[in-house]
Design a binder for this molecule. Structure first.
Ligand code: PGA
Length: 251
């Protein structure tokens, strides 16, 4: 089932599996239509099923990623690319090692650059040199963050160093052995970087995401709810299960 909310298209699905499958179909359609697609990719629990679908499709149908370029949203400051909890390693283990993408076409900010500010500028330049992001995949934090753009981040932000919100540190502690191991800062593409993508797909599942989705779709457009910035973009699709959509009033 699908309906329009402002400009955002909502695809309501039964569960995580269906969310992952529908999102994968859209990604694969983009790659088949344009083999040089530039993808914006996300980490976290939500996109893992999507990546599994892409890997399975690659094994079954050999859809080629040879010319695809990717740019991930973010990386923790202080974690090198081979750190077990880095998003760089996450992406290699969850997707890149299992498809025919070229390593040099995959991009993730360095968490250990000597100058994080220069790394941010460099990352923006790389995205622009690639022609911009064709299709950006997003998850959403329970506080409405996209990438690590926490509440209060200016909508005009480009790639920058950010301090993680306490809620994000608590949420991400499940990936670490102790909460004090969660890095406190990251490099993230900014809200304006995300909004510069030609097409955006946000995936969300579970009741924990319901308050944020309700606020994003039906609340005020405000920097206190970073994902509400998506309402200013002409081509956003939210693929969410019924639990995540359960608090929508007009749905
Ligand atoms: P999650 O994180 O996919 O692990 O729920 C989403 C996010 O914080 O953006």
């Amino acid at each position: 089932m699908s309906t329009a909310s402002q400009q955002i298209k909502i695809i309501s699905v039964q569960n995580y599996q269906e969310m992952s499958s529908v999102a994968a179909q859209l990604v694969l359609y983009a790659i088949k239509t344009k083999p040089t697609t530039v993808l914006g990719l996300a980490t976290g629990s939500t996109p893992i099923g999507l990546y599994e679908h892409l890997i399975n499709d690659y094994k079954q149908h050999q859809t080629s990623f040879e010319q695809v370029k990717t740019f991930n949203l973010d990386e923790y400051i202080g974690l090198a690319a081979d750190h077990p909890k880095s998003y760089s390693l996450f992406m290699r283990e969850m997707l890149f090692n299992h498809i025919n993408i070229k390593a040099e076409n995959t991009h993730i900010p360095s968490g250990v650059a000597a100058s994080p500010a220069e790394e941010c500028n460099h990352y923006e330049t790389l995205i622009q040199q690639a022609g911009g992001i064709d299709l950006q995949i997003l998850g959403i934090g329970t506080n409405g963050h996209i990438g690590f753009n926490e509440p209060g981040t200016p909508f005009s932000s480009r790639t920058h160093v950010t301090r993680l919100a306490e809620k994000t540190i608590e949420a991400n502690a499940r990936f670490f052995t102790a909460i004090d191991e969660v890095p406190t800062h990251s490099i993230t593409t900014g809200i304006e970087t995300i909004l510069s993508s030609k097409k955006i797909i946000l995936i969300a599942n579970g009741k924990d995401k319901a308050p944020a989705l309700q606020a994003v779709i039906e609340g005020d457009i405000t920097e206190e709810m970073p994902a509400s910035a998506l309402r200013g973009h002409p081509d956003v699709t939210i693929i969410a299960d019924m639990e995540a959509l359960s608090l929508l009033k007009k749905y």
